[in-house]
Design a protein. Structure first.
Length: 393
């Protein structure tokens, strides 16, 4: 397995380096499609918006339309799908209460990949401890759930006591102080969808403590402290892709859960951000895209003028009394079509980039004496973040 991980990582690094101009860019900063391949430009120009959306959501269509342009990308080996385990007995209804459908499916899929072991469990970034509660019930193992929000710890502890489960909560900010007193060598540490810096810290602390068993489903790779991703393994340091937070955001752009209303708000957000950029360019005479902070979706149910005022305040820019919204929105519409087509190509590299990040972590664990494997533990429709890292010391 070790040489396989190394080969896979080297192959991925080579492909991502080779096609770097196609994914390592900011689509919002582009006025035109920024590549020089005439055939690719012709293909993108000939796609209508509906087809762009269809291709974006189908790996089969992506291959059909783009494999001729990126042969090395489409010849990368697929991720191993975790072997289907025997179905688990149904949970009592009271244990499922309050857990959303997809979350419950994710927990069930993770339980199906649970190794035979009687080690006590430490649940990292536990929230209310839904996963820990089900593990304690299914496998009759003691669970320590670590969470930084006191209210969630309290809620989880109440449920564990109510159902008489061997689950205790520790309220701690794992980023500010190591869990030296809690982590033990004879322990199985698990995290389902721990964000960037949190899963990096988990791996570092688990290695430090010598935890015997580890399972991690990473998430939100861009939520890290430094401005650029710091590779963890020696091999990734040699093949450092110099990933900014914007590059890391690319990984998490795949959505399967958005409803029609959210989709509509997202489209409005793209349009308004571009329209404001057009307005900003006109007022300052500078054609240089300046990103805006993330903002609540409710902004995009209001008026463009209100959003433009908020955005201008971010850039200390004085707006004129009256804005001709239609002019800027029309220009933005043209740019949105360009952004959409750049994103279509960029999105081909989402999974390879995510796999590169996951393999970096797997190789880091391997360096420290762990047998490690990566697999898809559930269907993409249950969660796009479906890579499971399993390691045994």
């Amino acid at each position: 397995m070790s040489s396989t991980l190394t080969q896979q990582f080297q192959q991925l690094s080579a492909v991502l380096q080779q096609y770097r101009p196609y994914w390592q860019l900011l689509p919002f900063a582009c006025d035109t499609v920024p590549w020089s391949d005439d055939k690719l430009l012709q293909l993108l120009a000939g796609l209508d918006d509906g087809l762009v959306k269809q291709i974006d959501q189908s790996s089969m269509l992506q291959q059909q339309y783009f494999s001729a342009f990126f042969p090395a990308l489409f010849s990368l080996p697929a991720v191993t799908v975790a072997a289907a385990a025997a179905p688990l007995p149904a949970l009592p209804f009271w244990l499922e209460n309050g857990i959303g459908g997809r979350k419950l499916q994710q927990i069930t899929a993770l339980c199906q990949q649970w190794p035979q072991s009687e080690l006590p469990v430490l649940e990292w970034c536990a929230g209310k401890g839904h996963l820990g509660r089900i593990l304690a019930h299914r496998f009759t193992v003691p669970v320590t759930s670590v969470e930084w929000q006191p209210q969630l710890c309290e809620d989880g502890a109440v449920l564990a006591e109510k159902y008489q489960l061997p689950q205790q909560f520790i309220c701690a900010d794992v980023l500010s102080a190591p869990l030296d007193a809690v982590l033990q060598p004879q322990q199985h540490i698990v995290a389902l969808h721990a964000c960037g810096q949190l899963h990096i810290t988990m791996l570092q602390q688990a290695v430090q403590a010598g935890c015997q068993q580890l399972q991690l489903v990473p998430c939100c790779y861009h939520l890290i402290a430094p401005t650029h991703y710091q590779p963890m393994s020696e091999l990734a340091l040699q093949h450092n892709l110099q990933l900014s937070k914007d590059d890391l955001k690319l990984v998490v752009q795949g959505q399967v859960t958005a409803g029609e209303r959210v989709e509509k708000l997202r489209a409005t957000e793209v349009l308004w951000r571009l329209a404001y950029d057009e307005l900003h360019t006109e007022l300052t005479g500078q054609r240089h895209y300046r990103p805006l902070a993330s903002v609540g979706k409710h902004w995009f149910s209001g008026s463009f003028s209100a959003f433009a005022c908020w955005a201008a305040a971010q850039h200390q820019l004085q707006l004129p009394g009256v804005i001709d919204e239609a002019v800027y929105l029309a220009r933005a519409q043209q740019r949105a079509a360009i952004v959409q087509r750049i994103e279509l190509v960029r999105h081909l590299f989402r999974r390879p980039l995510e796999l590169w990040l996951a393999l970096d972590k797997a190789l880091y664990l391997q360096q420290h004496g762990y047998n490690t494997r990566i697999s898809e533990f559930c269907d993409y429709q249950i969660t796009p973040r479906n890579l499971l890292l399993t390691a045994t010391r």
